[in-house]
Design a protein around this ligand. Structure first.
Ligand code: ATP
Ligand code: MG
Ligand code: MG
Length: 554
């Protein structure tokens, strides 16, 4: 792998190793909450954690942070596993915070017994009011000094489902005047009389993030627990909770923070992406316009390109917005190496080659990919009638127009030089046919003098008689704003681009007749396209992955 300088997380780890931490105790985790599909921001976290695993030859767990049954589902668990695997990573263990519910409960009881946790029977509004402000100490709950016996009894009742949601919470007894608001007796458990996708109806209380996360790290003996910056103020609480359960012989997990990655012209938040799905703006989590891993995959992004993107942006200590053109650059580079070149015409106009014999056809040799080490070829049919792109022809044009115009020549890729002679128009003046003549000596690769003749433009084309009709879905940005969720007084949904999808009927060379979902091609001069998951032999559907160059108007 390429040499690069250490990132700041690696520096932290190197310092720990220098200070005597045993290398074989390094352990990492990627901890998604199964409340949605993974997105491109998660890819950064996945590449960071699994990348550390590779660098230090250390295990990396896939941990589902499944502590909120109201929002979590098995379907999300499955999708997350599929995406991490597809990105090319292997986890050591598949773990679930819910597997630790009993251990967490037992530890909570110990905290109650040590006088470090209590049951508060006020409603959440009152508790919030009593928290105070950063400059004003909070007010202790009237239940703060409840007896240990009463706390134990109530907590057990909470667990058993004796109470309604909201009747009680368990709070850690820390410091109601701490300058860190999170330390003002944070809630550890709330009552949720909901069925959990893994534990069913076993539990009526569910642990809060801060209580569950660090303790899960500790149970799994994760050495470095990496999370995004918004958790920086939580670190003090992470450490306080750990102090309550830590035993000398064990690894003491350590939380460190890095900046969340944001991508321009989209939103990277499961909650917001869920709205796009629920409100029908997109067809689902894997809609090719979504910044989800599954959407990108369906759009034609490769795992390599996403990993390359994550590695290129690296990790940072400060949040910023990454322009989506960098992601597009990464896929373009990868597909340039991998994708076979083929010809398809998406906005066709018919060309009749008047001096080419009627009923004749020939199969011309076409190179698959000039980037290949050993060149391979395929056959492309040529005949008297072909399609070219409507925008590749003008009746008249200035000298800078290197495509087809009346009286001028162009080369047809892999084929002959043609010259435009006249046009046929319908009643409204639209061109329905372009009549051309061809230079029969000029066939590409034939070795004749005419075949080497230089003409200014080269066009792609498809033989009408052999063309395969295909549906092509062409995508534009899903949002018309670089940072749709960056406006204080406007909802991100206001910036939806109503024209983010255009469906066109195109004509492709017959080699694409057999194409299978997931296959990727460069449509010459048009961009990279992949066969959609909805494609079938009778109805071939392509997604445009990305254009050949960055043509987005900034
Ligand atoms: P979301 O708001 O999309 O739900 P989240 O942080 O709540 O994001 P989790 O499922 O908890 O989502 O995320 C799993 C891991 O991925 C966490 O460690 C989280 O910090 C990290 N992560 C999530 N979003 C990003 C992002 N945009 N950039 C980098 N890391 C991220
Ligand atoms: Mg989270
Ligand atoms: Mg979240």
């Amino acid at each position: 792998s390429e040499e690069r300088s250490l990132n700041f997380i690696e520096h932290i780890i190197e310092d720990d190793l220098k200070a005597g931490f045993q290398k074989n105790k390094l352990r990492f985790r990627f901890p998604p909450e199964p409340n949605g599909y993974l997105h491109i921001g998660h890819a950064s976290s996945i590449c960071l954690n699994f990348g550390l695993g590779e660098r230090y030859d250390a295990p990396v767990n896939l941990r589902f942070d499944d502590t909120n049954p109201a929002k979590e589902e098995q379907a999300y668990v499955d999708a997350i596993k599929r995406d991490v695997e597809w990105l090319g990573f292997e986890w050591e263990k598949e773990c679930y915070a819910s597997d630790y519910f009993q251990q967490l409960y037992d530890w909570a009881i110990n905290l109650i017994k040590k006088g470090k946790a209590y049951v508060d029977s006020q409603d959440s509004e009152t508790i919030a009011e009593q928290k105070g402000t950063p400059t004003k100490p909070g007010t202790p709950s009237p239940y703060r000094d409840r007896s240990i016996e009463e706390n134990l009894e109530l907590f057990e009742g909470m667990k058993n489902g004796d109470f309604k949601e909201g009747a009680h919470v368990l709070r850690a007894k820390i410091d109601m005047s701490s300058t860190n608001m999170l330390m003002r007796d944070p809630v550890m458990y709330r009552i949720l009389n909901k069925s959990h996708h893994r534990t069913g109806n076993d539990w009526h209380i569910y642990p809060m993030y801060d209580w569950a996360h660090g303790e899960s790290d500790y149970i799994e003996q994760v050495s470095h627990s990496l999370c995004t910056l918004e958790f920086l103020p939580h670190r003090e609480l992470y450490d306080w909770f750990l102090d309550q359960v830590y035993e000398e012989q064990n690894v003491r997990s350590k939380q460190r923070e890095f900046a969340r990655r944001n991508l321009s012209h989209t939103v990277v938040s499961k909650r917001k992406l869920l709205r796009l799905v629920e409100e029908g703006v997109v067809t689902g989590w894997d809609d090719p316009r979504m910044p989800t891993i599954s959407g990108l995959r369906r759009r034609g992004y490769t795992a390599e390109s996403i990993r390359k993107f994550a590695d290129t942006i690296g990790i940072a200590k400060r949040e910023n917005l990454i322009d989506v053109s960098l992601l597009e650059f990464c896929i373009r580079e990868d597909l340039n190496k991998k994708a076979n070149r083929v010809m398809a015409v998406l906005d066709p106009v018919k060309v009749v080659i008047t001096n080419y014999p009627e009923g004749q056809e020939e199969w011309l040799e076409a190179e698959n990919n000039p980037e290949e080490e050993e060149m391979t070829y395929r056959k492309v049919p040529f005949s008297r009638e072909i399609y070219i792109e409507r925008e590749d022809f003008r009746e008249e044009a200035n000298r800078k127009f290197f495509r087809l115009k009346l009286g001028k020549e162009v080369r047809l890729k892999n084929a002959y030089i043609i010259k435009a002679e006249s046009v046929v128009k319908d009643d409204e003046g639209n061109i329905t046919e372009i009549h051309c003549t061809y230079d029969e000596e000029s066939r590409s690769g034939s070795g004749t003098e005419a075949s080497m003749r230089k003409v200014k433009g080269t066009l792609h084309w498809v033989s009408v008689a052999h063309a395969e009709e295909v549906e092509v879905r062409v995508y534009d940005r899903l949002f018309n704003d670089a940072e749709p969720d960056g406006h204080d007084n406007k909802d991100f949904m206001e910036f939806i681009n109503p024209e983010s999808l255009t469906v066109v009927k195109g004509y492709a060379e017959p080699s694409l007749k057999e194409s299978k979902p997931g296959e990727q091609y460069q449509f010459q001069r048009l961009g990279y396209f992949c066969v959609d998951t909805e494609s079938s032999k009778d109805a071939i559907v392509f997604n445009k992955t990305v254009g050949l160059r960055d043509t987005w108007a900034k």
